[in-house]
Design a protein around this ligand. Structure first.
Ligand SMILES: Nc1nc2c(ncn2[C@@H]2O[C@H](COP(=O)(O)OP(=O)(O)OP(=O)(O)O)[C@@H](O)[C@H]2O)c(=O)[nH]1
Ligand SMILES: [Mg+2]
Length: 327
């Protein structure tokens, strides 16, 4: 199962309490205070890991507690600190505080640790409370509690280009044609159940990442079909490709339906740069010069066949042109 959203609880370790203790030596039965400070509670870090692809592990394990600091000891011994707890998450995970919605971390790189919940400081032992008037303080502090958060984990793929379209229009076929990815392709809707990423090379030195997501249908925003949750995987792309089936009764209307479903999820998606590609032109008796006023000279429009490869060069040229534009 592919899981791209989870909520978990994080509790950094509490600081250990300071000790109350007095030196006891043979000839000095009433020695001064020697209670050490408590240790610091363990911090919680998150780390991006390219070995993980989903948040599945976090569906079941919901609570993460870092170890507490140990209590201070006699002879001014500071208690041991709680070791840090490192939680590995897939690259592309955005971690936010569920209450304030504030983003605490965005894991875009492999192997980098980000501190998200700080362990509490240890309390001071009674040695620290000694003064000229207080030679034998019986006072020590408790440790400070560690930070606690309930956080949402949201996996948002990191891709440059996102493919969106109705089911069965050929999104996976297009990704397979352009990259070394092998997404499942079949002649029925909802073949793709989880996002696929592929690297598309445009020259020796340039490549970009393309994301293929499950198809959308009318009513997806209210849960129809696969719903719209997979749109979170294209929220970070710079460019969207609206892929349409040219054999559909009304491709123009398909585009409007697609856009209104996307708008219901995140209106910002429609502000992205985009390219409209009509697929399956190999099935037409004649090649289109323009459909419903769309001209193929238009920078935004392309007519292609993902299956036969016809006009794919032109599509890639327009797409890379857009990618290279400054935002
Ligand atoms: N004739 C023709 N068939 C195509 C073309 N592109 C894709 N197909 C066929 O259309 C069907 C659906 O292709 P997919 O790539 O699985 O479509 P999809 O958009 O990924 O579909 P979902 O994953 O269900 O959303 C398959 O049978 C493909 O072989 C094309 O350019 N021409
Ligand atoms: Mg597919």
């Amino acid at each position: 199962m592919f899981v791209d959203y989870a909520e978990i609880e994080l509790a950094a370790g509490d600081g250990g309490s300071g000790a109350v203790s007095f030196r006891r030596e043979k000839y000095e039965p009433k020695g001064g205070p020697d209670g050490g400070d408590g240790g610091k509670g363990g911090d919680i870090f998150v780390r991006g890991s390219s070995n993980m692809a989903t948040l599945l592990d976090f569906r079941y394990k919901k609570m993460f507690q870092a170890p507490h600091g140990k209590r201070g000891g006699k002879n001014n011994r500071t208690g041991e600190s709680g070791p840090p707890l490192v939680i590995e998450l897939p690259i592309g995970t955005v971690i936010a505080d569920t209450k304030s919605k504030r983003v605490l971390a965005d894991l875009t790189t492999d192997g980098v640790d980000i501190l998200i919940a700080r362990g509490g400081k240890g309390g001071r032992g009674n040695t620290k409370f000694k003064s000229s008037t207080h030679q034998a303080p019986r006072k020590a502090e408790p440790g400070i509690p560690g930070e606690k958060y309930t956080v949402s984990l949201e996996l948002k793929s990191i891709a440059d280009v996102g493919l969106v379209g109705f089911p069965n229009v050929g999104k996976s076929t297009l990704l397979a044609r352009l990259s070394a990815a092998h997404p499942k392709i079949a002649d029925y809707p909802f073949t793709t159940k989880t996002p696929n990423l592929g690297i598309v090379r445009i020259s020796e030195y340039r490549s970009f990442v393309m994301a293929d997501i499950p198809g959308l249908i009318e009513g997806a925003h209210s849960g129809k079909g696969m719903g719209v949750r997979f749109l979170r995987h294209i929220q970070r792309t710079r460019i969207l490709v609206y892929l349409l089936d040219i054999m559909s009764p009304d491709p123009g209307e398909d585009l409007e339906t697609l856009k209104s479903e996307m708008k219901a999820f995140d209106p910002g998606l429609l502000k992205k740069k985009s390219l409209i590609a009509f697929n399956k032109i190999d099935l037409m008796a004649e090649r289109p010069a323009g459909i419903d006023g769309f001209s193929s000279d238009d920078d935004e429009i392309c007519y292609i066949s993902a299956a036969s490869g016809e006009n794919i060069d032109n599509f890639l040229k327009k797409l890379s042109g857009k990618l290279l534009e400054n935002d």
